[in-house]
Design a binder for this molecule. Structure first.
Ligand code: ASP
Length: 364
C-alpha cells in the first residue's frame, strides 16, 4: 500500500499543474539518466572493490533459486530484458499486490497515476484526495512501525554476532566504504559536471543554496519529510520558479532517488558476492534495470530502500535473507543516500528550469 499510494500521488500530482508536456519530458529524461549514472557508478565500484568476496556472514551457500532465475531470464541481455518487461506487466494487479510482486505493483501504480490525470476533473479529484489520504496514513503507519526498528536491528545484529563473531563488521566495512565512495562520486563529481556542462551553472553555489534541504535530508533520512524545505530552498534561495519547483521536486521526492539506486545496486551485488555467486552479464544487467525500478518504487521515508532490495534479489534469484545482513549499517547509509536523493532532485529542478529558459541564481 505504501508503494502504491506513494507512486500514484507522486505521478498524478503532475497532471494537476497542467505541465505534463514539455516539462514532463525533460524531467523524465533527467530522472532516468541521472539514476542510471548513479547505478553504473555503483556497479563499477562494487566490481572493482569486491566488498563481498570472501565475507562470511553466516549464510548458507549456493542459493537454490539461482538456477531457476538463470533459466527464466535466458542468457542474453536482450532475452532478459524482454522477460523482465513481460514479467513486469501484471495480468492481475490484485494478485500482484497479494503476492508482493513489487515490480508489477510499481508498473500498475505508474499507469494508474498517469491516467488519473486524463479523466474529467469531477472524477479525478475524489480519487486524488483518496490516494493522498491513504498515502498519509501509510506514512504514519510506517513511521510507527519504524519506531521498533532499533529493537529489531539489535536482535538481528546480536544473533549474527553470536553466530559468526565480530568479523561480520569487518566484512561490512568495505561494503560501507563502497557505498559511501559511490555516493560521494555521484554527488560530488558526476552531478556537478552535469550541472556545469549541460546547465552552465555553478554547482557550489547551487549546493550552498540547497544546504538547508541537504542537512535536513541527512538528519531525517526522508526525502518526503524534506520536501517542503527542498521546495523552499529551490525557490527562495536557488531562484527556480514555482512552476518548475512544484512540478519537479514533489515527483522527484518519490520517484527520483539516485542515492538509493546506487545503494540498491551495490547492496545486491555485495549480497551475491557474500553468497559466493558470480553474477553473469545478464544478471548484472538485470541488477541495473531492477535497481532503477526499485529506486522508483522506494518511498521517500527512512529505510525504504532497504526493503526494495528484495526486488533485485528476487530478479537475480538470490535469497531474501541477504537483506538481514546489511541492516546493521543501514542507518548511516540511509542518511547519506537520502542526502544524495535530495541533491539530485534539486539539480534536476535547476537543470529543467534552465532548459525552460529561466536563470536560477547559480547560472553562469
Ligand atoms: N530514505 C530514503 C529517502 O527518503 C529512501 C531510502 O531508504 O533509500 O530518500
Amino acid at each position: 500500500p505504501l508503494i502504491l499510494t506513494s507512486i500514484i500521488c507522486g505521478v498524478s500530482g503532475l497532471g494537476a499543474s497542467g505541465n505534463m508536456g514539455s516539462l514532463g519530458g525533460k524531467t523524465f529524461v533527467y530522472y532516468t539518466v541521472s539514476s542510471l549514472l548513479a547505478i553504473l557508478t555503483g556497479l563499477v565500484l562494487v566490481n572493482l572493490l569486491q566488498p563481498g568476496v570472501g565475507v562470511d556472514l553466516g549464510l548458507e551457500k549456493e542459493p537454490e533459486n539461482l538456477a531457476s532465475s538463470i533459466e527464466r531470464f535466458g542468457s542474453s541481455p536482450w532475452q532478459a530484458l524482454i522477460r523482465l518487461v513481460t514479467d513486469m506487466v501484471p495480468t492481475n494487479p490484485i494478485a500482484s499486490m497479494a503476492d508482493g510482486n513489487m515490480l508489477q505493483v510499481i508498473v500498475f501504480a505508474l499507469l494508474f497515476g498517469v491516467f488519473i490525470t486524463r479523466i474529467p476533473d469531477d472524477l479525478r479529484q475524489p480519487l486524488e484526495t483518496f490516494f493522498q489520504g491513504a498515502f498519509a496514513v501509510m506514512m504514519r503507519i510506517t513511521h510507527f512501525v519504524l519506531a521498533f526498528a532499533p529493537l529489531g536491528i539489535f536482535a538481528l545484529v546480536a544473533r549474527t554476532v553470536a553466530v559468526t563473531g565480530l568479523e561480520v563488521f569487518s566484512g561490512l566495512g568495505l561494503y560501507f566504504v563502497t557505498v559511501l565512495l559511490g555516493l560521494l562520486f555521484h554527488a560530488g563529481v558526476a552531478l556537478p559536471i552535469v550541472l556545469s556542462v549541460v546547465g552552465r551553472m555553478r554547482p557550489v553555489e547551487h549546493a550552498q543554496a540547497m544546504s538547508p534541504a541537504l542537512l535536513t535530508a541527512f538528519s531525517t533520512s526522508s526525502s518526503s519529510a524534506t520536501l517542503p524545505l527542498t521546495m523552499d530552498s529551490l525557490e527562495r534561495r536557488g531562484g527556480v520558479s514555482n512552476r518548475v519547483t512544484s512540478f519537479v521536486a514533489p515527483l522527484g521526492a518519490t520517484v527520483n532517488m539516485d542515492g538509493t539506486a546506487l545503494y540498491e545496486c551495490v547492496a545486491a551485488v555485495f549480497i551475491a558476492q557474500a553468497y559466493g555467486v558470480e553474477l553473469s552479464y545478464v544478471q548484472q544487467f538485470l541488477v541495473v534495470v531492477t535497481a532503477l525500478l526499485a529506486s522508483i518504487g522506494a518511498a521517500g521515508i527512512p529505510m525504504a530502500g532497504l526493503v526494495m532490495i528484495s526486488v533485485i534479489l528476487t530478479a537475480v534469484g538470490l535469497p531474501l535473507e541477504g537483506v538481514g545482513l546489511i541492516l546493521a549499517v543501514d542507518r548511516v547509509l540511509d542518511m547519506c543516500r537520502t542526502t544524495v536523493n535530495v541533491w539530485s532532485d534539486s539539480c534536476g529542478a535547476a537543470l529543467v528550469a534552465r532548459f525552460e529558459g529561466e536563470a536560477p541564481h547559480a547560472s553562469r
